[in-house]
Design a protein around this ligand. Structure first.
Ligand SMILES: CC(C)(COP(=O)(O)OP(=O)(O)OC[C@H]1O[C@@H](n2cnc3c(N)ncnc32)[C@H](O)[C@@H]1OP(=O)(O)O)[C@@H](O)C(=O)NCCC(=O)NCCS
Length: 219
């Protein structure tokens, strides 16, 4: 697996919103992700790849006069900055496979989102994101991790069960779009030896299956 995990940045918001739209029926507008990046309780990560770049729509600028205008027209003509010493166009961004985040308060990390682009699912990326969230929550001294998941979302539930989460409650009519119930799940005592040992084993199995060399979150 060529992808790695790092903290989410402002420049990721367009792709994160795209993934959000694809994954969730109740859309979280991009402005919310912008707020989240400024929220001290919120922690977001992305799984991305340095090798793949995506180009985002250019913001149209007023035509410039003189030499600056000529350079700008030449750049536009060649449509690539390598002629000017840069490997990628200025609008190019790292490709993002998926993202995840939680809010942390009073020792509880509550997962708000975890999603992988449809075409990259079932390739170990959801697991990579969950391992990274658990590591980050442990680093930030959380004692437990909680989340809600739709009763119909068996794929996500299976991922959480695999990592030791258990069902601790049911929120009736929790989801506003179709009044679906939400299963409340939690992973407790994340710092304890048994939880950490289980995580270590799962990490090892994941690393062997998908060839992940390290699980550090790049900052
Ligand atoms: C849930 C989600 C993040 C999983 O990501 P993913 O990259 O496909 O997951 P992985 O490939 O890492 O799979 C890890 C585990 O998840 C579970 N899983 C993933 N897809 C599954 C599926 N279609 N059916 C059943 N289990 C599934 C399995 O337990 C799997 O472990 P295994 O390979 O040992 O069977 C992804 O399906 C997604 O983005 N869904 C839409 C958004 C969403 O529902 N998020 C959860 C909100 S609570």
């Amino acid at each position: 697996m060529a992808c790695y995990v790092r903290l989410m940045r402002r420049e990721d918001i367009a792709q994160v919103s795209e993934i959000d739209r694809e994954a969730f029926s109740t859309l979280w507008p991009p402005a919310n992700y912008r707020h989240e990046l400024e929220n001290r309780l919120a922690h977001y990560i992305v799984a991305c790849d340095d090798e793949i770049r995506v180009e985002e729509p250019e913001v149209k600028a007023m035509p410039q006069k003189g030499l600056a205008g000529l350079v700008s027209r030449l750049r536009h003509l060649f449509n690539h900055d390598r002629f000017f010493g840069n490997e990628f166009p200025p609008s190019a961004r790292q490709y993002i496979f998926g993202f995840a985040g939680f809010w942390i308060m009073a020792g509880e990390a509550h997962i708000t989102n975890i999603a992988v682009r449809e075409k990259h699912r079932q390739q170990g990326i959801g697991e990579l994101l969950l391992i990274s969230l658990i590591n980050l929550a442990t680093e930030l001294d959380a004692r437990l991790i909680t989340l809600e998941v739709r009763v119909s979302n068996t794929a996500a539930q299976s991922l959480y069960f695999k990592y030791g989460f258990t069902q601790v409650g049911l929120r009736r009519n929790y989801y506003t779009d179709n009044r679906e119930d939400g299963v409340l799940m939690s992973l407790e005592n994340i710092n304890s030896a048994p939880v950490q040992a289980n995580l270590q084993q799962l990490k090892q199995a994941h690393s062997q299956k998908w060839g992940v060399a390290a699980y550090q979150i790049a900052r």
